[in-house]
Ligand binder design. Structure first.
Ligand code: ADP
Ligand code: MG
Ligand code: MG
Length: 248
């Protein structure tokens, strides 16, 4: 039931090396949390998994369902079942929420879906994330609050039903109620056949999600792995204790 295996990955943007020998294994059914100081490489890890062209993996392997995906393009990775939510989602004028989600779904599955049945599904998800039905017809993210953009991404995740989800700082811009709504959405999505990697430092979100593993990412590597108690340690004391691991 191995889903993702990252083996000794080095990655850079432009000229700067950011990931420096990162290892991570994720099995189906698991929730993994990544924590780490600003600039440690968390978003770079997320983008390396998704194959963002600005992030170049210079050595190591990323195995998804036992296949090395290093040379596979982003859209193909999405079709294989990998989903990345963005730290700062973009506004897309001219494309409605419903239009984008439906075409994304058809492109991922390669199958047409009738507007009426898609609409029913979307309506259900909008309700779950406590969006008014009228959001379906709005232009994607245009005039959305930070929280609404994030909730919209959770809807997108649910409708695409990926095997592996990477959520990058999904809590940022969310008020306390929205943290709960989004966490519920993630918990509802989660099953024994998929896995979630979430970058977060939000203690409420950690409480709701009950991660199986918590990883500390510093200076481009995972320096420590533990259970939920490790997250509490970080929230209480910061990263100082782990920085010694990096230096030694
Ligand atoms: P984190 O998400 O942990 O805060 P990032 O992975 O975003 O960290 O960034 C790691 C380092 O790489 C930072 O020093 C950041 O400034 C740099 N970096 C990230 N993306 C780019 C980019 N597109 N071009 C140049 N430098 C980048
Ligand atoms: Mg950051
Ligand atoms: Mg980041």
């Amino acid at each position: 039931n191995r889903l993702l295996e990252i083996k000794d990955v080095y990655a850079k943007t432009e000229e700067k090396e950011i990931l420096k020998g990162l290892n991570l294994t994720v099995n189906k059914g698991e929730v993994h949390v990544i924590m780490g100081s600003n600039g440690a490489g968390k978003s770079t890890l997320a983008n390396a998994i998704m194959g963002h062209p600005r992030y170049k993996v210079t050595s190591g392997e990323i195995l998804f369902e036992e296949e090395n995906i290093i040379d596979i393009k982003t859209d193909e990775r999405a079709r294989k079942g990998i989903f990345l939510s963005f730290q700062t989602p973009e506004e897309v004028p001219g494309i409605t929420v419903e239009g984008l989600l439906r075409s994304a779904r058809m492109s991922i599955t390669g199958k047409p879906i009738k507007l009426r049945s898609f609409r029913t599904e979307l309506k259900e998800k909008l309700e779950l994330l406590q969006f008014d039905e009228s959001y379906a017809a709005r232009y994607l993210n245009v005039g959305f609050s930070g929280g609404e953009k994030k909730k919209n991404e959770i809807i997108q995740m649910m409708l695409l039903n990926p095997k592996l989800v990477v959520l990058d700082e999904t809590d940022s811009g969310l008020d306390v109620d929205a943290v709960k709504i989004v966490s519920n959405g993630i918990n509802q999505f989660k099953n024994e056949e998929n896995a979630v990697i979430i970058i977060t430092h939000n203690s409420k979100m950690l409480e709701y999600l009950r991660p199986d593993y918590v990883h500390i990412l510093l200076d481009g590597k995972i320096v420590k792995t533990g259970d939920a108690s490790l997250a509490k340690e970080v929230i209480d004391n910061g990263f100082a204790d782990f920085k010694d691991i990096v230096r030694s």
